[in-house]
Design a protein around this ligand. Structure first.
Ligand code: SF4
Ligand code: FES
Length: 336
């Protein structure tokens, strides 16, 4: 039946979804804190998911017909819902404990070089470690290391930072005409390779930068130019014959430091953009500006991007504090 719906409960919140929907996408239909994190799943890339295990959840009731719980935690990006299924994410201590372990595992080889990494401030592993990480690692062996390499004129690969999510491989496979990029070897030896280090010079290959959840693939035209939180993102578009031409321009002063695709709340691009838009049109005159990009209040990129100064109520009510900061108070009154 075309309009058949399955009833699912996620962390006690009921939602009705079409059969075939994954638990992760059912949770995204509810939104908010109950949505499991996803480091490898990417809704626009076919076959993605099932690699990182950050999206683990507990199925405490399998379905209306078979209410037995699933014996192990499952990857929510790869498990489809059943009618009457009950799922626990943030309400399950087992899930939170397992996620800590997954983060520890992802960080085994990932260097803590956030102070010099261009992805800092928009790195999903950084967010994940902040929310679920532990302060110490139990890993005592030698970490695997690689030299950073240039893959093409515009992309830098820092394999040390790669978490082998395969998103960039799917981009190369599904968006470009010539497949020159993949993962060679397996297990601890697995690494991203461009097959004899061929330059990646396809029209849409710059999208590997946007889909990479960490700083393993970065934009060489933007590297080390600025910390991302000192830039101001603005949505813009141009009439592009190759892609939608809808982008975000990242300004510092009057200079466009980089161009990226626009991203949604799950850090996925709204539409992939071509390399001409990304790397070759970096003047304001190339674009029709729309509005400042909306950035989540939790993001460090939002820092200093306030519209109105609103002092917390404690200052408004506390006479001593008011006197101590007359200037601030006056400014507040002026802005009311
Ligand atoms: S380079 Fe980035 S996108 Fe590619 S597999 Fe590694 S982490 Fe994923
Ligand atoms: S997002 Fe589900 S396994 Fe990576």
């Amino acid at each position: 039946m075309a309009d058949e719906k399955f009833k699912v409960t996620i962390d006690g919140i009921p939602v009705e979804v079409a059969p075939g929907t994954t638990i992760l996408n059912a949770a995204r239909q509810v939104g908010g804190d109950i949505v499991p994190p996803a480091m490898c799943y990417y809704s626009k890339l076919e076959g993605s998911g099932g690699k990182c295990r950050t999206c683990l959840v507990k199925v405490s009731k399998g379905s209306e017909k078979d209410p037995r719980p699933m014996p192990k935690l499952v990857a929510s990006c790869r498990t489809t819902v059943m009618d009457g299924m009950e799922v626990q994410n943030i309400t399950s201590p087992d899930v939170l404990e397992a996620r800590k372990g997954v983060v520890e595992m992802l960080l085994i080889n990932h260097p803590l070089d956030c102070p010099v990494c261009d992805q800092a401030g928009e790195c999903k592993l950084q967010d994940l470690s902040y929310e679920h990480g532990v302060s110490q690692t139990r890993y005592e062996f030698k970490r695997r290391t690689f030299e950073p390499i240039d893959i093409g004129d515009n992309i830098k690969l820092h394999m040390n930072r790669c978490i082998l999510c395969y998103r960039c491989v799917y981009v190369a496979d599904q968006l470009t005409s010539k497949r020159e990029h993949g993962i060679i070897n397996r297990g601890d030896h697995a690494e991203i390779s461009t097959f004899i280090e061929n330059a990646l010079d396809n029209d849409f290959i710059g999208n590997v930068i946007d889909v990479c959840p960490v700083g393993a693939l970065t934009d060489r035209t933007f590297r080390f130019k600025s910390r991302v939180w000192f830039t101001k993102p603005v949505n813009a578009h141009r009439n592009c014959p190759t892609c939608s031409g809808k982008v975000t321009l990242w300004y510092k002063g009057e200079e466009v430091l980089r161009v990226t695709a626009r991203k949604d709340e799950y850090n996925e691009v709204e539409a992939f953009i071509c390399d001409t838009c990304r790397f070759e049109t970096k003047k304001t005159a190339d674009w029709v500006l729309e509005e400042p990009t909306s950035i989540s209040k939790q993001s460090v990129i939002d820092a200093n991007h306030y519209d109105v100064f609103n002092p917390p109520p404690v200052i408004k009510k506390n006479l001593q504090l008011q006197e101590a900061n007359e200037e601030q108070l006056e400014r507040t009154e002026r802005l009311k």
